[in-house]
Design a protein around this ligand. Structure first.
Ligand SMILES: [Zn+2]
Length: 254
């Protein structure tokens, strides 16, 4: 399934409209404990949550979700502990299982996290906690929001400046946003999400070494299957991530 199909153009069109309104309402600068930096936010939490809801609707209409109560209960139990120690407490986190063999997980703006059933089945609780911690880390660091801001800011401002808000323009903006949100975290963002994953797993009482063993499984999976591994291909080299995670874990114990 291509990413373009996951979110319909219509859904993103509404998102652009929402963000447009938000841009007009102005910017705030906040201190973000997840990144340790002051950040300028013009997509506020309320707007982020409502655009996230639109995205979530698109996802649940395009992807098959797992309803198995046992699997859901396992994920909820682990993920709630992670969410409770997240640096970001101004949103509700929701956890979903996608019926998909591929080792993958992703987060969208507003607090929805998706974990593939294949990843869940192959992971221990500590490993799953680390993966959920990584995704919650992306949300806490507002990674997708910042990417959206960068893309939408440019697109919207340029279309306002040119006096164009026609369909063609909107579709172009949608393409930009889509690629950025679905595929485009930087390596820096990924390393930070890994670091936050280790931190949250540890703070929630899991063995943070689950991050390392998860990466090792991911590496094996990559070798042995022909499945296209988004988690691998869009992320920094796995050996580097293992090295970094080990460093973070040993720093926890000092
Ligand atoms: Zn990531």
């Amino acid at each position: 399934m291509s990413h373009k199909n996951i979110f319909g153009y219509k859904g993103i069109g509404r998102i652009i409209l929402l963000c447009g309104l938000s841009i007009l309402s102005g910017c705030t600068t906040i201190y973000n404990p997840a990144t340790g930096q002051r950040e300028t936010i013009f997509i506020d939490t309320k707007t982020e949550v409502s655009l996230g809801l639109d995205m979530a609707k698109e996802i649940s209409s395009q992807m098959k979700m797992v309803d198995d109560p046992k699997m859901r209960e396992r994920l909820e139990k682990i993920a709630k502990r992670i969410a409770a120690v997240s640096d970001r407490q101004d949103i509700d986190y929701h956890f979903n299982i996608v019926k998909e063999k591929e080792f993958n997980a992703f987060a969208i703006p507003g607090g929805n996290v998706y974990v593939n059933s294949g990843l869940m089945e192959a992971s221990s609780d500590d490993e799953l906690a680390a993966v959920v911690g990584h995704e919650v880390g992306h949300i806490a660091a507002r990674h997708s929001v910042k990417r959206l801001q960068a893309a939408l800011g440019y697109q919207l401002l340029s279309s306002i400046a040119l006096g164009l808000s026609g369909q063609k323009n909107v579709l172009q903006a949608v393409d930009v946003v889509f690629n950025v949100v679905a595929l485009g975290y930087s390596r820096k963002d990924e390393y930070l999400a890994d670091r936050l994953g280790v931190k949250y797993a540890n703070a929630a009482g899991f063995d943070a070494y689950g991050m390392v063993t998860f990466f090792q499984k991911l590496k094996e999976q990559g070798k042995n299957t022909s499945l296209s591994l988004v988690f691998l291909s869009s992320h920094p080299p796995i050996d580097e991530r293992i090295k970094q995670a080990k460093k973070e874990i040993s720093a926890l114990n000092h």
